[in-house]
Design a protein around this ligand. Structure first.
Ligand SMILES: Nc1ncnc2c1ncn2[C@@H]1O[C@H](COP(=O)(O)OP(=O)(O)O)[C@@H](O)[C@H]1O
Ligand SMILES: [Mg+2]
Length: 235
């Protein structure tokens, strides 16, 4: 399996303030990688820095072997990266179809094929294609946000807390889709508060604490670690 996303010695933050320090992360194609850690650990900051939205002080990001450090967000989409922020990830006044069209607007050809692929992954969206996104439930909205990100056919998909606020059953549905997207060959990187569920389903995991790497390994192995369970998983 190729290493789709490689982050090394990564230090980034806001203004002059470094929040994450010397962080490393690798996500392979065809796999799901989950990032867990306490509130304020810097998980969202890491995704924002990878996606070129905040100041990178040092370190590197490569996608499919190409250096994209400090490439700005708008250009990163063309380099194979997609990012779904935790909030504000769909246009509520636009229809589902229009939201997807915007996600694919960089494609050279009319992205109908991609839209059909997205509808194949999320059949519920096809049924509701003409409805405005603002009428969707929280879970459906997350599906649309993921679908919109897939319209640019990224090799790496970054998701920030896609199950926040969802019921346990909808959380499982969203994860079912995350795993299905990974199966299509993409590297999916997911920041998760629902750490127990995520660790039981994802391939690999990183534990971030106070802006630094603390643990990493196969997700199932982190889940079984008693010390991690007591300190970070509420067991
Ligand atoms: N826009 C911002 N400007 C300044 N500091 C921020 C900003 N966003 C987050 N932070 C700070 O960065 C730290 C990490 O936040 P964040 O990455 O959101 O953590 P997590 O996603 O792990 O909960 C926190 O101390 C937070 O206060
Ligand atoms: Mg966060």
């Amino acid at each position: 399996m190729e290493r789709a996303l490689v982050v090394e010695n990564f230090t980034a933050g806001y203004g002059k303030n470094a929040i994450i320090r010397n962080v490393h992360l690798t996500a392979r194609e065809g796999t799901s990688t989950v990032i867990i850690g306490p509130n304020g650990a810097g998980k969202s900051t890491l995704l924002k820095a990878i996606f070129g939205l905040i100041t990178v002080f040092s370190g590197t990001v490569t996608i499919d072997g190409q250096d994209v450090t400090r490439v700005t967000a708008d250009r990163l989409v063309a380099r194979g990266l997609a990012y779904v922020p935790q909030n504000g990830n769909v246009f509520p006044s636009l229809s589902i179809r229009e939201n997807l069209e915007i996600g694919g607007y960089r494609q050279q050809h009319y992205p109908k094929d991609r839209m059909d692929q997205v509808f194949a992954i999320f059949p519920d969206l096809l049924k509701a294609a003409r409805r405005s996104a603002g009428t969707l439930s929280g879970g459906q909205r997350q599906m649309l946000a993921m679908g919109r990100a897939l319209m640019s056919d990224p090799s790496v998909l970054l998701l920030d807390e896609p199950t926040a606020g969802l019921s346990p059953s909808y959380t499982k549905i969203v994860w079912h889709h995350i795993l299905a997207i990974a199966q299509t060959g993409k590297a999916v990187v997911v920041v998760e508060q629902n750490a127990n569920t995520a660790l039981s389903l994802a391939d690999r995991a990183y534990l971030l604490v106070a802006g630094e790497n603390r643990e990493e390994g196969p997700a199932g192995e982190l889940l079984e670690r008693e010390d991690i369970g007591e300190m970070f998983l509420g067991r």
